[in-house]
Design a protein around this ligand. Structure first.
Ligand SMILES: [Zn+2]
Length: 279
């Protein structure tokens, strides 16, 4: 595995990026709360200018970081986020200059309808700042060319997928499908550590989504309570349940465990052979 160093552009200094996973999650949630409070107290109308939103976002950051907010064009999504790459054309570029949030806007203004999706994307951005090891994992997977089109297909078509189920049996069948799809990402010549890197990257992708969706829903509920207008999808409570993220995260952990077990057994066998030939 290639060693990587995460740029200070996409992480907080160790003064802030510290503590247990639960403490970091709490810091992400607190940052989103602070940002939301700033936004609503600056929202006399039903829209906010992107210039103002950029200013507020910078104010909430613990340290100045480059987080661009741009218009989301021609996409079926309500928001997107990514790193800002020093060389976007290089598929293994890990020189990140900052982060970029894309959100629907009109005449440089964002409708209040897109405030929950904006906070969703910002939850990802804060997650990155508080957890440099996640970026390190992404960087190492990029450098080792593990984030292939097979990886993306599995993620987009099987993991980040709204499922339909009406029984526990249905859920089990869905997880069987997901397991098969995950295995398809592996090449026959991959070693255990490469497979584990892929599993960890997929798991992180789902864990950060789970957090971002929880922020998004909380914000939507608060807005509804404040009689603000929100998108219809938030009125359905099972909207994120059908993504089955907790179940899929558990499955990824199981697969990682199986790979490790298999590897251990292989080593034990080899050791057994060596020591038996010595006797
Ligand atoms: Zn997301």
């Amino acid at each position: 595995m290639i060693k990587v160093k995460v740029s200070s552009n996409v992480k907080y200094s160790s003064m802030y990026a510290k503590g247990s996973a639960a403490e970091r999650d709490k810091a992400v949630f607190n940052s989103c709360d602070a940002l939301y409070n700033e936004i609503v107290s600056n929202l006399p109308e039903d829209r906010i200018s992107v210039k103002h939103l950029r200013k507020i976002t910078q104010r909430v950051l613990k340290e100045p970081k480059r987080i661009e907010i741009v218009e989301l064009k021609s996409s079926g999504n309500s928001g997107e986020n990514d790193y800002i790459y020093a060389d976007k054309d290089n598929l293994t570029c890990t020189n990140f200059l900052g982060q970029i949030i894309s959100i629907p806007m009109k005449w440089h203004k964002i409708s209040e309808l897109f405030i929950p999706p904006f906070l969703h994307e910002m939850a990802h951005a804060f997650d990155v700042l508080y957890n440099p090891k996640y970026t390190a994992r992404t960087m190492s997977a990029l450098k080792n060319k593990l984030l292939t089109s097979k990886y993306m297909t599995c993620y987009n078509n099987s993991l980040y997928k709204y499922e339909t189920f009406s029984s526990e049996q249905d859920k089990e069948n869905i997880l069987k499908r997901v397991r098969k799809d995950i295995k398809k990402v592996f090449d026959s010549d991959m070693d255990a550590s490469e497979k584990i890197s892929i599993i960890q990257a997929l798991r992180y992708d789902l864990e950060t989504e789970l957090k971002a969706f929880s922020v998004e829903f909380k914000v939507a509920k608060r807005m509804l309570h404040a009689k603000r207008e929100i998108l219809g999808c938030y009125k359905e409570d099972n909207y994120t349940e059908s993504l089955m993220f907790p179940e899929k995260i558990k499955l990824l952990k199981e697969i990682a465990f199986e790979i490790i077990q298999k590897e251990r057994a292989k080593h034990a066998n080899q050791y057994g052979k060596v020591s038996s030939s010595e006797h």
